[in-house]
Design a protein around this ligand. Structure first.
Ligand SMILES: [Zn+2]
Length: 275
């Protein structure tokens, strides 16, 4: 019945004439209620080749600017992968020091990732950034295709030109590496990652063969190793809030600097912005 309908639709359109501005406005509002962009507006993920030489330093340059229409999306690393492989570091205090986990059922890393991500968003909003927090809420999602995961929501955001960042704390020595940004790779390297690299340091883009989040266009920020002064400051109730606020202000300062940097649109971004 679709084909016979067409002439009728054309006749109706002709009879109604041009759509008035009022009607067009209504159409825009109705269309904007359907949040997901059409597939044609999505960016296509492209991964650069692995570098020939193995190295531990920064081997990328961030030049892509995020879409101004989309808020910066901040997530807590491992928020949906508890009680399974990839749940994050328990931290030195718990693993070696015999301390009780901050919260039963989740790693200390996730506990601090959540508080840090929320602190970054609160400080960012206070300073006028268009920034929001996403939490899957469910702490164990085994199905990688589940649309509620950090990876699914982050990919959706990044493929529409947005910037998504997962907060992490690294494992204690000798397992971890230390602070630094692991840049999103799938849609070109971002000016925001370039700015975070100046503040926190940087990992090579191909760290561990390009991790799951960067492959999906999501950046990862390692705040530091969960040990020593950093872990003690977070665990000490009297120093916790100032510590979280100090970290949040460093992240927000970097994001603001990144946003002030001119760059390329996501669609023009180089597949490979390598150093
Ligand atoms: Zn982590």
């Amino acid at each position: 019945m679709l084909i016979p309908m067409r002439p009728i639709a054309l006749l109706l359109a002709g009879a109604l004439g041009a759509i008035s501005p009022v009607q067009a406005g209504l159409m825009d509002i109705l269309e904007s209620m359907n949040a997901p962009a059409p597939e044609s507006q999505r960016l296509v993920p492209r991964l650069p080749p692995m570098p020939a030489a193995a190295g531990r330093g920064k081997n990328w340059v961030g030049t892509v600017v995020p879409s101004k229409q989309m808020p910066i999306l901040v997530m807590a690393g491992h928020a949906d992968s508890q009680r399974m492989h990839g749940s994050g570091t328990p931290g030195r205090a718990v693993d070696l020091g015999g301390a009780a986990p901050m919260q039963a059922g989740i790693t200390d890393e996730l506990y601090w990732n959540l508080l840090t991500a929320k602190a970054v968003v609160a400080e960012g909003q206070r300073q006028g950034l268009n920034i929001r927090f996403y939490d899957p809420g469910v702490r164990t999602i085994r199905n990688e295709q589940d649309p509620r995961t950090n990876w699914a929501v982050g990919y959706d955001h990044a493929s529409r030109g947005g910037y998504g960042l997962e907060i992490h704390y690294d494992a204690y020595a000798p397992h971890g590496v230390g602070p630094g940004v692991i840049p999103a790779v799938a849609f070109g390297f971002s000016v925001l990652d370039e700015a975070l690299a100046k503040e926190f340091g940087a990992y090579p883009y191909h760290y561990r063969g390009i991790l799951g989040a960067p492959r999906r266009g999501i950046s990862m920020l390692e705040i530091g190793q969960l040990e020593g002064v950093l872990e003690a400051s977070l665990r000490d109730p009297s120093r916790r809030q100032p510590t979280l606020e100090q970290i949040a202000s460093r992240v927000v300062k970097a994001l603001r600097e990144g946003l002030a940097t001119p760059g390329l649109q996501p669609s023009e971004g180089p597949t490979v912005g390598l150093r």
